[in-house]
Design a protein around this ligand. Structure first.
Ligand SMILES: [Zn+2]
Length: 301
């Protein structure tokens, strides 16, 4: 009999650990030790914290949302070691005379050298992409990777802000190939890695390739994104996240910061939703300087 009881203990022990999962919301009033029975441990897992209910999740998330909202966005304006002009010269895409002419024109029109070079058709899009890749130390995409349909759950809104597009997304291998046109946005890379759990590999593409590939991005089934126009107070953000958590019957949530935005993902058996909280001042101050270049005339070589 004693032997029989001992053989039963591990099962009891495992169940007990599940039963006595403690809610990470300090104000939680749920004292039901048996709350996870039947059906195993319920509630919402958020990083290494676990909340027994949506109310606790909304309350307990305020601290992280406060910290993410207050984090000062200070992207290191890394300047490549070699300027675009010198890179194009080194690659043989431009001669000294053309570069000098383009520099004078760029000053005269108060535009970037890249804009002038493109406007005057002195370099091709492909050459610019290759030069940017060399400047930043990342590869340029091989032509055959463009034009394939890619299923993705990365918010289109965030991709557009960084002039980026997924070129390959393997859930199984946990790897995403992400193409950038102007520069690699590390804030976007880090937030995607945190939210999706996938390794993100950046590369450079042309503006035309970005437009073409963006049309071929399909959304994962049951995935939606919503942009909230105002960051608001963390309490309000937490309530919004809680509302969506109810909608999707959430069992997981993750919060991240992408540039000046707070990105919350809640997922459950009824779907997955990305909530992007956009700071009010964003509209005028933070759209990538890149966007001005997006209106360049595209030359065909
Ligand atoms: Zn609780």
């Amino acid at each position: 009999m004693e032997l029989a009881m001992k053989s039963f203990w591990p099962v009891v022990d495992r169940s007990w650990k599940s039963m006595r999962a403690v809610c990470d919301d300090a104000s939680c009033h749920n004292t039901q030790l048996m709350r996870s029975i039947p059906g195993g441990r319920t509630g919402i897992q958020c990083g290494d914290r676990w909340y027994c209910s949506v109310d606790c999740f909304a309350r307990g998330s305020r601290a992280e949302l406060t910290s993410l909202s207050n984090a000062h966005f200070n992207e290191n304006p890394r300047i490549p070691r070699m300027s675009m002009g010198l890179t194009l010269l080194a690659k043989g895409y431009l001669n000294v005379e053309s570069l000098r002419f383009a520099q004078i024109e760029s000053e005269r029109h108060r535009e970037t050298l890249e804009t002038t070079l493109t406007r005057l058709c002195l370099v091709s899009e492909k050459q610019l992409a290759a030069a940017r890749a060399a400047q930043w130390g990342y590869p340029v995409l091989a032509q055959d990777r463009i034009g394939q349909t890619v299923e993705s759950d990365i918010p289109q809104y965030l991709l557009q802000q960084s002039a980026a597009v997924p070129l390959d997304y393997s859930v199984k291998a946990k790897r995403i190939l992400l193409g950038f046109v102007f520069r690699v946005d590390h804030s976007l890379l880090e937030s995607i890695e945190k939210v999706t759990g996938c390794k993100v590999v950046p590369c450079f593409i042309t503006a035309t390739e970005l437009a073409e590939q963006t049309k071929r991005v399909a959304t994962f089934p049951s995935h939606t994104e919503t942009v909230i126009e105002d960051l608001g107070l963390p309490e309000r953000m937490a309530r919004t996240a809680g509302r969506f958590a109810v909608e999707v019957a959430a069992d997981h949530a993750v919060f991240s910061r992408c540039r000046s935005h707070v990105w919350a993902r809640v997922s459950g058996k009824r779907g997955k939703v990305d909530i992007i909280f956009r700071p009010e001042r964003f509209a005028t101050s933070e759209v990538l300087a890149n966007s001005s270049v997006q209106h360049e005339i595209v030359c065909s070589f």
